[in-house]
Structures are given as structure tokens and as C-alpha cells.
Design a protein around this ligand. Structure first.
Ligand code: NAD
Length: 356
């Protein structure tokens, strides 16, 4: 067995009602001028955090949006500078966490993340910013949150349908790592446990949205999944998702949901062992079909068409996706990628690779 593993500077508090620890934790970090970040739709919960922090808070910036547009990043950075903030507290999904990460990078502000979806961004050193229709991403340990507080209570308001997509988005982080050529046994432990936690909890959430135990299990799965992405690898799947998100502005979690089964099928014969491990963690015979069926069962979108993609855009999307080299178990060819996109556009079941 050969592998290389290096961890990230994670600092995590997980548990029901852990949001209440924020003021004391902020003090322990030596910070007293927090700028709270959130999206317009979560302004209320942002305001709640402002109230919890009292004098340790200098303001609320509630304009976070998907994929961190460069203009939003400079606007938020200017607000932080004008208020003399000494840290950010990003409460929300991956869009808000992403803004906190960019401010850590560009304005050198400690970032505290309080995730309320299953994006898992808080566990990675990956930052992203979108300018002129193209998303640029990079890795830098400075964007890993100084502290992450996971409070499952905050996820109760996540609508079950979005919980399903968001959970399948999390599952992409681990699925890609298990079914990878550079499969790493330590990352795989996190990844497989995450698959189990998410595949068990998501159907329960759909059935009973107020089931706090199920919400807790899903958030735990998302934390592990983010950890697998943070210390593991990405491949064709993430390239495709970033192409659609950055160039066609499709919703992030749903894009992952639609493409994941097809991405797994694409690599199935090149990453046989990992794909089999994935199937085992899901409790199914075929990993790609298992993910496809799970998405259907959860009522998550299964076609690119549903996300507003036009059939006429598929050629362009395929070309952008293959324009730079990608590390991927199966060779990446324009023809196969175009076929994958066609299947995903129409929502056909993933094509079972006959070589297996
Ligand atoms: P999001 O953050 O855009 O959230 C979608 C909507 O749901 C927003 O309006 C948000 O305010 C709302 N929301 C979130 N949690 C809620 C809750 N508990 N209750 C009610 N509403 C809630 O979407 P997302 O899928 O969480 O994140 C997507 C973004 O994260 C993308 O920009 C993606 O690129 C990024 N991402 C980055 C990484 C990384 O490692 N850098 C990993 C995964 C995702």
C-alpha cells in the first residue's frame, strides 16, 4: 500500500445547540469585532447571530450569493474594512462559507463557519470566485475556517428537497474520492462513513423533516464528506459541475445531484475497486445506478433540462470541460463527455459499462 496523506487545520465543534457557544469561542480566539455574513434569504438567522454576539459584532453583510461573484467579494471586503472587522462569521450554505473563505484570503480575516447545508465547503481548503462568467478555483490552507460550528438545529429549516440535493452534493465529494485512482485509505474511511450516514439519513429527512436525529446524521455525513474532499481529490465530476455552475449558472447542489451517477458510471471500469466499495457503502449492487435511484427516491432533479440547461449548450459545456487536463481514472475524451452530458440532459439511467 502506498499513499500520502496530510490533514488540514480543522477546528470543529459539533452538536445540538452548539451555536450558543459562539460568543465564548470568539473570545477564546481573541476576536471581538465580527462581521456576520449570510445570504438575503437567511438574513433572519444572520440577525439572530448578531444578537447572540452583542458587542462582539460590528455588522451584518447579507448579500452572499452563489459562486462568490468578484463584485460581491470586493463589496464585502470594503464593508469589513470600513467597520474595522477582525473576523467573519459565515452562517449559511456553501455560498456564504465561500464568501468567508475569500475574505480570509483577500482581507486576511479569520473566518468562523456555521454551516446550515451539506455543501461541506468548511472542511476544505478550496476557494472559488466567479468573474466574467468563469469560476476560478484554487487550494490554500488559509481559507480553512479558524473554527467551524456544526449545529444540527440550524439545518431543520433546510427544505427536504434542498436537503436531498445538498446531501447528494456531499455524497459527490466522497464518491469521487472512493472511486479514484489516487484512492487514499484514510480519506476513504471518512468517505465511506459519509456515504453510509447520508444514504441512511436523507430518506428519513424526506419522510420526517423534523427528525433531529436524522438531521444530525446528515450533517455529520456532510462534515466527513467535506473532509474527504478537503484532503482527497477531485476529478471529471467536479470539473463538469464547475463548468455548469460557472458558465451556465446552474444551482450547485442540484448540478452535482444530476451528474453524479453519470460521473461514477464514466469511471466505473477504470476504478473498479473503489466503485465496488461505494456500492457496498450504499448497500446496492451497482454504485452508479444506486445513486441514480436514490436521487429519484428523494425527488431530487435527475435531468440537466430541469436545471435550465439548453440542449444547444451541451457542445459548449463538453468543450469547456475538457479544455484543460484533468486527473481522472478513465481517460477524458470529448466524445465520452458529450455522451455523458446527453444522458444527464435527458435523465437516462447511467450507462452500465460493459467492461466491468
Ligand atoms: P447555497 O449556500 O447557495 O444555499 C442555497 C440557498 O439555501 C441559499 O439561499 C441559502 O441561504 C439557503 N439555505 C442554506 N441553508 C439553509 C437552511 N438551513 N435553511 C434555509 N435556507 C438555507 O448552496 P449550497 O449548495 O450550500 O452551496 C453551494 C456553493 O458552495 C457553491 O458556490 C459551491 O461552489 C460551493 N461549494 C464549495 C466547496 C468548496 O470546497 N470550496 C464545496 C462545496 C460547495
Amino acid at each position: 500500500m502506498n499513499f500520502r496523506y496530510s490533514t488540514l487545520p480543522w477546528n470543529i465543534i459539533f452538536g445540538v445547540d452548539s451555536l450558543q457557544r459562539l460568543p465564548v469561542e470568539l473570545k477564546m480566539l481573541g476576536r471581538s469585532r465580527a462581521l456576520v455574513l449570510t445570504t438575503p434569504t437567511q438574513a433572519n438567522i444572520g440577525q439572530h447571530v448578531v444578537e447572540i454576539l452583542q458587542d462582539s459584532c460590528v455588522g451584518l453583510y447579507d448579500q452572499a450569493v452563489m459562486h462568490v461573484p468578484a463584485a460581491t467579494a470586493s463589496d464585502a471586503s470594503e464593508v469589513a474594512r470600513s467597520l474595522n472587522a477582525d473576523c467573519t462569521v459565515a452562517i449559511g450554505g456553501g455560498s456564504t462559507t465561500g464568501l468567508g473563505k475569500i475574505l480570509a484570503l483577500k482581507a486576511d480575516l479569520d473566518n468562523i463557519a456555521i454551516p446550515t447545508s451539506y455543501a461541506g465547503s468548511e472542511m476544505t481548503n478550496i476557494w472559488g470566485i466567479t468573474d466574467d462568467g468563469k469560476k476560478v478555483i484554487g487550494r490554500d490552507d488559509r481559507v480553512v475556517p479558524t473554527l467551524t460550528i456544526y449545529d444540527p438545529v440550524l439545518t431543520l429549516s433546510l427544505p427536504p428537497k434542498f436537503a436531498a440535493s445538498s446531501g447528494l452534493n456531499a455524497m459527490a465529494q466522497e464518491a469521487v474520492n472512493v472511486a479514484s485512482l489516487e484512492s487514499n485509505p484514510i480519506v476513504n474511511i471518512m468517505a465511506r462513513d459519509a456515504v453510509k450516514a447520508l444514504s441512511k439519513s436523507l430518506p428519513r429527512i424526506l419522510e420526517a423533516p423534523d427528525d433531529l436525529d436524522a438531521r444530525e446524521l446528515a450533517l455529520y455525513g456532510a462534515c466527513l464528506a467535506g473532509g474527504a474532499l478537503g484532503t482527497g481529490t477531485t476529478s471529471l465530476h467536479h470539473r463538469l459541475c464547475h463548468t455548469f455552475g460557472g458558465t451556465f449558472n446552474t444551482p450547485h447542489a442540484e448540478t452535482h445531484t444530476v451528474l453524479l451517477a453519470h460521473s461514477i458510471a464514466y469511471n466505473a471500469s477504470a476504478a473498479k475497486e473503489g466503485t465496488a466499495q461505494l456500492a457496498e457503502a450504499l448497500g446496492v449492487d451497482d454504485a452508479a445506478l444506486g445513486i441514480y435511484e436514490l436521487a429519484r427516491r428523494l425527488g431530487a432533479p435527475t435531468t440537466l433540462k430541469q436545471l435550465g440547461v439548453l440542449e444547444a449548450d451541451l457542445d459548449k459545456a463538453a468543450a469547456i470541460s475538457v479544455e484543460a487536463p484533468i486527473s481522472n481514472p478513465a481517460p477524458v475524451t470529448l466524445e465520452r463527455v458529450r455522451k455523458l452530458l446527453d444522458d444527464a440532459f435527458h435523465g437516462r439511467p447511467p450507462e452500465i459499462d460493459k467492461e466491468r
